[in-house]
Design a protein around this ligand. Structure first.
Ligand SMILES: NC(=O)c1ccc[n+]([C@@H]2O[C@H](COP(=O)([O-])OP(=O)(O)OC[C@H]3O[C@@H](n4cnc5c(N)ncnc54)[C@H](OP(=O)(O)O)[C@@H]3O)[C@@H](O)[C@H]2O)c1
Length: 428
């Protein structure tokens, strides 16, 4: 089975090494003799971490796809073009494709899934979401008969590392980000990770596969972690919560779908609260199966290449049998606007410490139908005019009602400032 490899960076080089190390074992177990026949890169002269036979290296990726000796194509270049054109060409030529490219699938996945269906060949993408963790295949195959109502996960290791260091070491956001960058977890420009774009792309793919409804990156509501302060983390800890960046995909009874990424307070007892450092985990709620959790390394060359290799073997076995795994067909999802979504909220206010303030503030919540589950008051020691801090946790409330409450609170004389507002997830 001749593999045409497009890209030989973190993931591609790890795949070359895994095939070299495990090829014999794979042949024994599956009968498939894998050979990396051609490798496309941007620069042929670049030094590589892995020994690649110079005779198989090329800078012409299209020639790899078109090579009649190449049976199966692995795309680990990243980005939308030329990856999209190359994958379409491979599928149209009847060659199974394995990709780890979340950006591509979250934006033009529908076109690629349709091309794979039309050609009757595999398009496999286990590595595109949560790196080495098997998630796409369980959702596509094991759980295809399940009524999945919600998938909720920590799918970005960089932000989970930052939040873990803030919670456990008391670091500021800036210090934790700098450490993540020095360890190579975060890019020099960390926007895609810390503002939730990377998690949003993964959430779109998860929703598409879990619900069989087309969701693209632009459908995903997202907020990042760059405004989370060490004070928020400390408050959450005092109340029995940790702050995590969650990707949440939900399907409602009317068939509409909501997909969002935002920081949330998760109770210490929830399984996602125990997911530390750069680990990922995805929590799936199904009607018949109940709760499932998938946990492991969500990124890194070898964990990701492990998922790619599994797909390569699967695609090769299917090709040898003349079969393919159908993704199914689906229409664009009906997206429920974020204003209509419900969750509990944590709200932190600085108020004047005088009689009647609590009743006024509580009244603002009540005016918009937001009911309060718990409240704490404490004096702010260094405040000039005897200010106090009020922290509330609400019962489940509509986003729009909570926003209206915040507008009213900001207009009250008694309210000095509205501090952090965070959703509380996993208490239900
Ligand atoms: N790294 C991870 O932990 C991880 C986890 C999950 C998913 N992924 C996904 O896996 C994919 C690859 O990630 P990576 O970290 O391996 O990226 P990377 O280290 O930047 O490697 C990209 C590779 O593609 C090659 N390349 C770029 N443009 C090309 C072109 N036009 N033609 C031929 N080759 C080209 C580069 O060549 P040169 O070597 O010559 O520069 C390089 O070998 C991305 O879609 C990423 O989102 C990565």
């Amino acid at each position: 089975m001749n593999v045409g490899l497009l890209g030989c960076g973190n993931v591609g080089a790890a795949l070359v090494q895994l095939v070299a190390e495990r090829g014999g074992q794979i042949k024994q177990r599956t009968g498939i003799d894998l050979r990396i026949a051609k490798v496309a890169v941007r620069s042929a002269s670049k030094e590589r971490d892995v020994a690649v036979d110079p005779s198989v290296l090329t800078t012409d990726a299209r020639a790899v796809v078109d090579d009649p000796d190449v049976d199966l194509v692995v795309e680990v270049i990243g980005g939308i073009e030329p990856a999209r054109t190359l994958i379409l060409a491979a599928l149209q030529a009847g060659k199974p494709v394995v990709t780890a490219n979340k950006e591509l699938l979250a934006n033009v996945g529908a076109e690629l899934y349709a091309a794979a269906e039309a050609a009757g060949v595999d398009l496999l993408f286990e590595a595109a979401v949560a790196g080495g963790i098997p998630l796409m295949r369980p959702l596509r195959e094991s759980l295809v008969g399940e009524d999945v109502s919600r998938v909720m996960g920590i799918v970005n290791g960089t932000t989970n590392y930052i939040l873990t260091k803030m919670a456990e070491e008391g670091w500021t956001y800036a210090a934790a980000l700098a450490e993540a960058q020095s360890l190579g977890y975060a890019e020099r420009d960390p926007t895609a990770d810390v503002e939730g774009f990377d998690a949003g792309a993964k959430a779109a793919i998860i929703a598409t596969i879990a619900f069989g409804a087309g969701v693209v990156a632009g459908d995903v509501y997202h907020e990042g972690i760059s405004n989370i302060t060490d004070t928020d983390i400390a408050f959450a800890a005092r109340l029995g919560y940790v702050i995590k960046l969650l990707a949440i995909a939900e399907r409602f009874e009317d068939g509409s779908v909501a997909v969002r990424v935002h920081p949330a307070m998760v109770p210490n007892e929830h399984p996602l609260a125990a997911v530390r450092d750069s680990f990922n985990a995805v929590f799936v709620e199904g009607q018949a199966v109940g709760d499932l959790m998938f946990y492991g390394r969500g990124a890194g060359g070898f964990p990701t290449a492990s998922a790619v290799l599994g797909d390569v073997i699967d695609g090769a076995v299917n090709l040898a049998k003349g079969a393919s795994a159908s993704i199914g067909s689906f229409e664009a999802a009906t997206i429920r606007p974020v204003d209509e979504l419900r969750s509990a909220f944590y709200v932190n206010l600085e108020v004047s410490d005088r009689p009647g303030v609590l009743a006024t503030v509580a009244g603002a919540f009540g005016d918009h139908g937001v009911s309060i589950r718990s409240m704490e008051q404490e004096s702010i020691e260094d405040a000039a005019d005897g200010a106090a801090r009020l922290t509330f946790i609400t019962h489940s409330a509509r986003e729009a009602d909570l926003r209206a409450t915040l507008v009213e609170l900001r207009g009250l004389d008694a309210v000095v400032s509205v501090g952090s507002v965070l959703r509380v997830v996993g208490d239900d």
